[in-house]
Design a protein around this ligand. Structure first.
Ligand code: PLP
Length: 401
């Protein structure tokens, strides 16, 4: 099967747009649980979960059955018609969260795009338009034109100007900076609760509480980008629950349908009312297949106690990794929430560590040069987590030698 990988790499290099550069030289044929199997017949423990997407693991029986069953009946019908699973999903999310209403799309960027539009519309409809949308430096909000602009890292937007106007950036976790940035022209403040792409940096609880207060006092909307932290990733259904602060608008995507593309924007009745017929829409968003998949994922999380598992295994794994920090060294910090964990290395050798883990059959991600990112399926067991920690210890020993 070596040939298949070579052929695929050749096709990719020849015909696919070169946006990913040299990928990890592997292709997978299938997965089961937290494992992926390569065309060469090797098994890898998937500690990245498709970047926090494979929430209930690969080949999850409940999810597979739901998708296959729905695909047989009907994959798609237009949102011109009522869609039972879409309405059920909206109700389920309303019951589980602060939100009253949902809108479904296909990705995190689209959910954020919708949130930006909704926030702007909110003030237009009040007859007092506000332009300013404040986001954090080092944030990541997506790849569309508005969301690369919202992203507080210039490298994502620098070739695409002119960019949409009105975006302002503040340092993350800096209450004073936020306070002085928010004014009477501020439409919304949009924040991640854990900055995922830039190194798994959680927000300080005091910062999020202050953000809520500052927004409320200025009459601005608070948007949480939970695209990555949603669907149980941090040990609660959404991370905001642990901050005891509710936003006006929340966006989510990645893990919500376990790998079937879906994005969601959730909002309070007050904020949601800014969208009226004709203001927004989508062809695919929340179609029968995607909505059914999301309902199955939520059911699986409930039936299997995966929120508790994410908390328990998350703290177990963090403890094990901190032991590596103490006993082996080479680790500056272990941080994160639940099963979204960043390991900051003491030296810029994340690529090397990732490669050495790969050689041993473990898949992880990196953020920049010195952070290892892990976001395994929420079904990971203690034994599997311990095996990963041992492999990581072994790799760090080699790197430190
Ligand atoms: C991944 C991510 C996005 C973008 O989601 P896509 O589905 O890739 O468009 C936006 N915000 C955050 C916090 C993310 O982690």
């Amino acid at each position: 099967m070596e040939k298949q990988l070579e052929w695929t790499m050749h096709l990719d290099k020849s015909y696919y747009m070169n946006v990913y550069g040299d990928r990890v030289p592997v292709a997978f044929t299938h997965g089961k649980g937290i494992y992926l199997y390569s065309t060469e017949g090797r098994r890898y423990m998937d500690m990245l979960g498709g970047i926090a997407v494979n929430s209930v693991g690969h080949g999850n029986p409940r999810l597979v059955k739901a998708i296959a069953g729905q695909a047989k009946k009907m994959i798609h019908c237009s949102s011109l018609y009522y869609v039972p699973s879409q309405s059920e999903l909206a109700r389920t999310l309303a019951e589980k969260t602060f939100a009253d209403r949902s809108f479904f799309c296909n990705s995190g960027a689209e959910a954020n795009e919708a949130a930006i539009k909704l926030a702007r519309a909110y003030f237009y409809k009040k007859g007092a338009p506000r332009a300013k949308i404040i986001t954090a430096l080092q944030s990541f909000h997506g790849r569309t034109l508005a969301t690369v602009t919202a992203t507080g890292q210039e490298r994502f937007s620098k070739y695409f100007g002119p960019l949409p106007e009105g975006f302002v950036y503040v340092p993350y976790n800096d209450i004073e900076a936020l306070k002085s940035a928010v004014d009477a022209d501020t439409c919304a403040v949009m924040l991640e609760l854990v900055q995922g792409e830039s190194g798994v940096v959680p927000a300080d609880p005091a910062y999020i509480k202050a953000a809520r207060k500052i927004c409320s006092e200025a009459g601005a909307l608070l948007i949480f980008d939970e695209v990555q932290t949603g669907t149980g990733r941090t040990g609660t259904f959404f991370a905001y629950e642990q901050y005891e602060v509710t936003p006006d608008i929340l966006t989510t995507a990645k893990g919500l349908a376990g790998g079937v593309p879906i994005g969601a924007m959730l909002a309070t009745e007050d904020a949601a009312a800014a969208f009226e017929p004709g203001n927004h829409g989508t062809t695919f968003g929340g179609n029968p297949l995607a909505s059914t998949a999301a309902l199955a994922v939520i059911e699986e999380i409930e039936q299997k106690g995966l929120l508790k598992n994410a908390r328990d295994i998350g703290s177990f794994l963090k403890k094990k990794l901190m032991q590596v920090q103490k006993k082996v060294g080479g680790v500056a910090e272990v941080r994160g929430m639940g099963l979204l964990i960043g390991i900051e290395l003491s030296a810029p050798i994340a690529a090397d560590v990732k490669q050495k883990l790969f050689d041993r059959g473990y898949l992880v991600g990196t953020c920049g040069d010195s952070v290892i990112r892990i976001a395994p399926p929420l079904i990971i067991s203690k034994r599997e987590a311990a095996a990963f920690a041992s492999a990581f210890a072994e790799v760090m020993e080699v790197c430190n030698a």
